[in-house]
Structures are given as structure tokens and as C-alpha cells.
Ligand binder design. Structure first.
Ligand SMILES: [Mg+2]
Length: 215
């Protein structure tokens, strides 16, 4: 199921598709605080949540089912926990002057209304698409092969690989937040570009979009 795709109306401008968790909104840091409020702790032993969340009392890893339930409970309560990175708003505003932005979030679609409210509350009114399905086909459908520049930004290498497979000439930006667990994050293969932060991402997007217009 893909929520929100049909409602997206693009203009004749470049398209920039942005992941949300740990790109637009902080995820790992508030999720750790959420876990601690419930008597658990995330151990950054590898780049996964399942198997790495332990009970503070016993140091025993929670069963996978319980971890999945905690992730869903966090998405349910996201408005109380998540906020944007300090550099998000200015970057989105700058990019939106020259390009259409679409947020593409990998979360169960039933939480999309909460995410919509959260993004609206911080002034990010761009369209939101929510799905657990691979991101490549979604971006392919969004862009539809238009002769305009397209860019995609995500913190997960597998999402960048998926979009790279489905969307020709897409600028692919890998932006990984600074966190203990992200030190274990798989790196993306070229032509994906690694960027440190939103200001660097914005420079690449601006260059890609203006080059596309000139050709
Ligand atoms: Mg993400």
C-alpha cells in the first residue's frame, strides 16, 4: 500500500524526494529517549533495532515481536517525540524555491496522518507519501520519466540503491546523521554521493538542478 501518491501534483520544476526519519526529522535520538522512558535501552552493536534493544533491568534483548511493537508505538506517539534537525527547515525552504519537494517515508501508512500533522506543525507542508514498499518504484512513478532533474536523499543505502535502479539520472545523496548506531550503517555504492549535512546536500541539489535546466 502506498498512501498519498495519487494526491501529489508536480509543477514543471525539478523534483527532490526526501526521506523523513533521520533525514528531515530526528529518529534515533528521540527513539532512544522513548525506549528509556519504557525501561529499555538501545545498544548500538550493529545497524539494526531488532536484537539491540535490551531491558535496562536485565540487559536481556527484547524479542523481535516486542521491538516491532515498540517501533509502531513510537510512530503512534511521534508528535510527542520527534522534531526536525536544526538545519532542516532552512534547507527545505531554500530547495523549495527552485524545486518541488516530496517527502517519502517508510512507515506503516496508518501512521501517515500523525506524520502529516507533525510536518505541518513545523511548517513543512510539502506532499507526504508513506509506504513500506521499496522506494525505487515509488520515485519512478512520481517522476514519470519527465525531462527534468530529479534528486533523492536518504540515510539508508538500500533505499538509495532501489531508487538508483529505477530512476535514471537521479542525483542520489546519502546523508547519515551523527549517532553511535549509524557508525555501523552500510555505505552506499557510487554513483551515490555521501553528504555530511543539509547545507552540503543543498549545494549538490542546486548544482544538479541548474545543470539539468541548462541542457
Ligand atoms: Mg530514514
Amino acid at each position: 500500500m502506498v498512501i498519498g501518491l495519487d494526491a501529489v501534483r508536480l509543477t514543471e520544476r525539478p523534483l527532490v524526494v526526501c526521506d523523513v526519519d533521520d533525514v528531515v526529522l530526528e529518529f534515533v535520538t528521540p527513539f532512544q529517549a522513548f525506549l528509556e522512558s519504557r525501561g529499555h535501552r538501545l545498544l548500538p552493536r550493529s545497524f539494526r533495532l531488532h536484537g539491540n534493544i535490551v531491558s535496562q533491568a536485565t540487559e536481556t534483548a527484547l524479542p523481535d515481536r516486542e521491538v516491532s511493537d515498540l517501533i509502531e508505538a513510537f510512530f503512534d506517539a511521534q508528535e510527542a517525540w520527534q522534531s526536525p534537525f536544526s538545519t532542516t527547515a532552512a534547507a527545505i525552504e531554500a530547495i523549495a524555491r527552485d524545486a518541488d519537494i516530496v517527502f517519502l517515508t517508510a512507515m506503516p501508512p496508518r501512521f501517515a496522518d500523525r506524520r502529516r500533522r507533525l510536518l505541518d506543525s513545523i511548517g513543512l507542508s510539502q506532499p507526504l507519501v508513506a509506504t513500506k514498499e521499496p522506494k525505487g518504484p515509488v520515485v519512478e512513478t512520481l517522476h514519470g520519466g519527465r525531462p527534468l532533474p530529479v534528486a533523492f536523499i536518504d540515510d539508508m543505502a538500500h533505499n538509495l540503491a532501489s531508487v538508483g535502479t529505477h530512476v535514471a539520472d537521479c542525483l542520489l545523496l546519502h546523508m547519515i546523521p551523527v549517532s553511535e548506531i549509524h557508525r555501523h550503517a552500510p555505505l552506499a555504492e557510487p554513483p551515490v554521493l555521501r553528504v555530511a549535512d543539509w547545507p552540503e546536500a543543498t549545494q549538490h541539489i542546486r548544482r544538479h538542478c541548474s545543470a539539468g535546466r541548462a541542457s
